[in-house]
Write a protein that binds this ligand. Sequence first.
Ligand SMILES: *Cc1c(COP(=O)(O)O)cnc(C)c1O
Length: 399
Amino acid sequence: MHNYDNAQELTKALSPDIPVLLNRPHAARRAARYFVEQFPGRSLYAVKANPSPELLKLLYNEGVTHFDVASLEEVRLVRAILPEAELCFMHPIKSEASIREAYYDHGVRVFSLDSIDELEKIERATDNAEDLTLCVRLKVASEFSQISLASKFGIDVDDSTALLMRARQTADALGICFHVGSQAMTPLAYVHALERVRMAIVEASVTVDIVDVGGGFPSIYPDMEPPSLNHYFSAISRTFEDLPISYSAELWCEPGRALAAEYNSLIVKVEQRRGNELYINDGAYGTLFDAAHIGWRFPVKLIGGTSPDAASTEYSFYGPTCDDMDHMAGPFILPDDVKTGDYIEIGMLGAYGSAMRTKFNGYGSIDDYDVIDEPMASVYVGENLDRTNRENVVSFPGA
Ligand SMILES: *Cc1c(COP(=O)(O)O)cnc(C)c1O
């Protein structure tokens, strides 16, 4: 396959009529290396953010050898691509058949749960296996995150004692996990959640072998510039070290967004302009699901734009399907002379972008190419590597 340096070179050569996904392997490798080297514990990749086989292999080759999978299909997918990978089935509500297949056919030993029901399911499906790592999912607040994960899963600290004690009897290793919500804008999210972990451990007086702080690590989007990841890591590390757990207890995390966001951008074509509404060839049922359904603002760039200081305008986008909901409100800032036939690059779509595509209404076909230029933003280069946003950073007495 022929590859290109960047979006401009590609559109010049191909004038693509369907959307094109651009892969940036160098950006994914850099993200993986950062987590492997800097996170003070083990990093599991949350596969749902982007299950692309190329991405899974890249991450694995950079040292991300553990994967957070949440469905039997994800278990099968990762196992087929990476026979040696460690798979952790971190969906707290699973079918008994999927637990059984994961355990017996794919070597899965790590399971999460948030109820006695699920514990009994796991015991039955594994025929009371004695080599299980069981992670009890605690409910924590999502107040510091852009996307809540607080209501669906997790057991309240106040109700967790019996479950922790029961799980301790079944488990070879016992973990506690949580998810602070996606795109957590301050390290405080993790500090608060770990305080709940402390309360749960103290109440249940159980030995805990693993504390898993989940995903939520942020990327950069317009008007969403988080402090740099090292602040998150040090806040987590200090709080973890202070928990009533043994010296050999392990710290885990499950980044999805932070490992995948910079991997993809998207080239779309403007099929028509109506005022400041651009009709483009990808949308709500494709790569731009989050832009449509939760109003996420991704960075945009007119490819081959005329002059750098051309006046700019706020646009919204309509996707290609016949559905009114196929609308991305933005606003997306582009030069004011965008016209039919122009190409736009939309950045930071590696997480929850390419993973969301459907074939609705006959759309959904896409090409993909590797490019070598930088993503539109990166939390792993320059000042973003060491940004201190005073409002968001936790300060520690004596630090
Ligand atoms: C979605 C999910 C993740 C990844 O979350 P990000 O916000 O993308 O980092 C991690 N763990 C679990 C259990 C999840 O459901």
